[in-house]
Design a protein around this ligand. Structure first.
Ligand code: APR
Length: 245
């Protein structure tokens, strides 16, 4: 039964003309990065208020100390896992045309993926809220909160805070990719967060075929998924690429 699913999934992937992968926190779990929801999810430990813009602007020190602890000290040590590497390999072999990721950990790029659309932005750069200058996050986090070397304004990470709009460019690119997809790979996402969670529905409207990789069912599983490969992202993808070669 399982083998048949893998065989069919690999057939769809090898025959696809525009395969798009849509990834969530689950693809980075085996890199040591916790998910946001689920029993040991980040939002069970931390009140996400520190990622709301007006809280950030009025409590910069408190907000930045959590942001640095979670997204730079903790996430910053994470390395890509086999799931990221297999997806990069599938891009190199011409199977994956793009990855739309909800993650801000940069692990797809570190694994070698080139066409990555960061729907929720990135932790790699910071922007000054006063003069809009942009900086690399690496050498500016020695003191918290970090201030702009040019105008001394507060620096903010370039990932999307709760209540903020999705950056226009990545939104339109993601919508475009989803509308071109003939095969859509859903990996490690609950499908609970808007507007990211609406992207797969664009592919569904375009009658894409859906393959989902997750350790448990998501909001998509019983509504649009054709093949559900249950398991850890790295294990399932390593098995899938064997069927592809
Ligand atoms: N392999 C595959 N999937 C996994 C694994 C694993 N090893 N471990 C967990 N998962 C799945 C869970 O079953 C769940 O479906 O990953 C998903 C994680 O769900 P969330 O924590 O909700 O992550 P995500 O869907 O990416 O959240 C979307 O919410 O808080 C915001 O901005 C944040 O980008 C995030 C967005």
């Amino acid at each position: 039964m399982d083998e048949d699913l893998y065989r069919l999934a690999s057939k769809w992937i090898s025959e696809s003309t525009h395969l798009v992968a849509f990834t969530g926190a689950g693809v980075s779990v085996e890199s040591g990065i916790p998910t946001f929801r689920g029993e040991d999810g980040l939002w069970n430990k931390y009140n996400p208020i520190f990622l709301e813009t007006n809280y950030f602007l009025t409590h910069p020190k408190k907000s930045w100390s959590l942001i640095k602890e979670i997204f730079y000290d903790f996430f910053g040590r994470a390395k890509p896992n086999d799931a990221h590497y297999v997806l990069a390999e599938m891009e190199k072999k011409g199977y994956v045309k793009s990855i739309i990721t909800q993650n801000i950990d940069n692990l797809h790029q570190e694994a070698g993926s080139k066409n990555v659309l960061e729907f929720h932005g990135t932790s790699q750069t910071l922007t000054c809220v006063t003069c809009n200058s942009k900086y690399n996050s690496t050498n500016l986090l020695v003191s918290i909160p970090p201030y702009c070397p040019k105008c001394n304004g507060l620096l903010k990470p370039d990932f999307v805070f709760f209540g903020e709009p999705i950056p226009q460019e990545v939104l339109s690119e993601s919508i475009n990719e989803a509308s071109l997809a003939d095969v859509f790979l859903l990996i490690g996402t609950t499908g609970e967060i808007m507007p990211a969670s609406t992207i797969p529905y664009i592919a569904e409207k375009n009658r894409a075929k859906f393959i989902e990789i997750n350790i448990e069912e998501s909001k998509y599983t019983n509504s649009m998924v054709n093949i559900f490969l249950k398991g850890k992202a790295s294990e399932v993808l390593l098995k899938l690429i064997e069927f592809l070669s």
